[in-house]
Every structure is written in structure tokens, then in C-alpha cells.
Design a protein around this ligand. Structure first.
Ligand SMILES: Cc1cc2nc3c(=O)[nH]c(=O)nc-3n(C[C@H](O)[C@H](O)[C@H](O)COP(=O)(O)O)c2cc1C
Length: 187
């Protein structure tokens, strides 16, 4: 199985990266191939809604989304997003990447290419936020679900941590190792 990690945090060695590294260690131990891409390190033009993908099935931009992210996303059997909450949404670099998935949405829903016929693709969301509100992860969950759906990926499960803010705080969370083990046992 090929597992693609999509890191949403711009913070070096932050909480999202820690969650991702724990999950990927488990996946590697199970013998899966893994690759992690940091949204903030990719040069991705924001979608301009030109509609080219809706008729031609390809994006007008030949950037890191088209050349690096998209081939990895097509290959993925499991896609994992790890991200902080930024104003109840995903951070800007990851959101730019997410909007560009419109090309896969177009292939699936407009051009009906059935590109992933016979393949079972799954998605996972790992997230943290500083506060404790009930709705803290609602924005991320909805966006991730529709991002995955555009790529013909079924949102499978997620881990959500409230009250986590400082760099490295996730590492001291009492339940995180057990949570990640349980989650990785699903795959
Ligand atoms: C620009 C910005 C916006 C944020 N917005 C929220 C927010 O709306 N709600 C919240 O609970 N935490 C918010 N946070 C806190 C982060 O979600 C939290 O610190 C998270 O654990 C950071 O993860 P990271 O280390 O992977 O970047 C925000 C942080 C930043 C820098």
C-alpha cells in the first residue's frame, strides 16, 4: 500500500508534523511505502476557476501541484492530512492545494473518467487546535471530506486534539501514542 501524507502546518517540528511522523512510523512498520509532502514547501498557484479542467481534465498550471502532488495523490491508497486549525479552517498553503483538487473533481463528476475504478482509496485526518470549542474541527472535517471525495477517496477516520497549542505540546499528550496505534490498526 502507498501512503501519502499531506502536512498542513507551516510550523517546523510542530504538532501536526509530530502526529504525521507517529502515524507514518506505524505504517512503515507494517511494510507500507510512505511519502510526506509539506503543503508549505510546494509552489502551488491558487485555483483561478478558469474551468479548463472541467472540459479538458487538466489544469492550466504546470507547478508543484501538477508535477509533484497530483501524481502522488493518484498513486495513493491511503491519504493522510495532518493539520492545525487556523481560524476554524485549514492553513492557507494547504487550502491552495485543496482548491486545486478541482482537477480531480472535474475528471470524476464532469468528465466521468472513472479513473479509480476497482481501487479502494481511503483518507484520514489528524488535527490539533489550541482552544476547546465543540465545533473546533467542523470546518476541517467538512473540507477534508469533500477534498477526499473529489479524489475518489473515502474519508475513513480521524484524530482531533483540543487544547494543544505550543510547539512540541503534542509530544507530551498522554493518549496520542495509543490513539495512533489504534488508528493505524485500521489499515
Ligand atoms: C494563524 C493561526 C490561527 C489559528 N487559529 C486557531 C483557531 O481558530 N482555533 C484554535 O483553537 N487554534 C488556532 N490556532 C492554534 C493552532 O491550531 C495550534 O497551535 C496547533 O496546535 C498548531 O499546530 P502546528 O504546531 O502543527 O502548527 C491558530 C494558530 C495560528 C498560528
Amino acid at each position: 500500500m502507498f501512503v501519502l501524507g499531506i502536512n498542513g502546518s507551516p510550523r517546523h517540528k510542530g504538532n501536526s508534523r509530530y502526529l504525521m511522523s507517529l502515524f507514518m512510523e506505524e505504517m512503515k512498520a507494517k511494510g507500507h511505502n510512505t511519502k510526506v509532502l509539506d503543503a508549505v514547501k510546494l509552489k502551488i498557484n491558487p485555483c483561478i476557476g478558469c474551468g479548463n479542467c472541467e472540459t479538458k481534465g487538466v489544469c492550466i498550471f504546470e507547478d508543484d501541484f501538477t508535477n509533484i502532488f497530483l501524481p502522488a495523490m493518484i498513486k495513493a491508497d491511503l491519504a493522510v492530512i495532518s493539520s492545525p486549525v487556523y481560524f476554524y479552517a485549514f492553513p492557507a498553503a494547504l487550502k491552495a492545494l485543496i482548491d486545486r483538487i478541482q482537477v480531480m473533481w472535474s475528471r470524476k463528476y464532469r468528465l466521468k473518467t472513472d479513473e479509480f475504478k476497482g481501487r479502494i482509496r481511503k483518507g484520514v485526518l489528524l488535527a490539533s487546535g489550541a482552544t476547546n470549542g465543540k465545533d473546533l474541527f467542523d470546518g476541517l472535517k467538512l473540507t477534508a471530506r469533500y477534498f477526499f471525495d473529489a479524489a475518489d477517496i473515502k474519508y475513513e477516520s480521524g484524530l482531533f486534539y483540543r487544547g494543544v497549542d505550543g510547539k512540541g505540546e503534542m509530544e507530551n499528550h498522554p493518549a496520542v501514542h495509543e490513539d495512533i496505534k489504534k488508528l493505524s490498526a485500521l489499515f
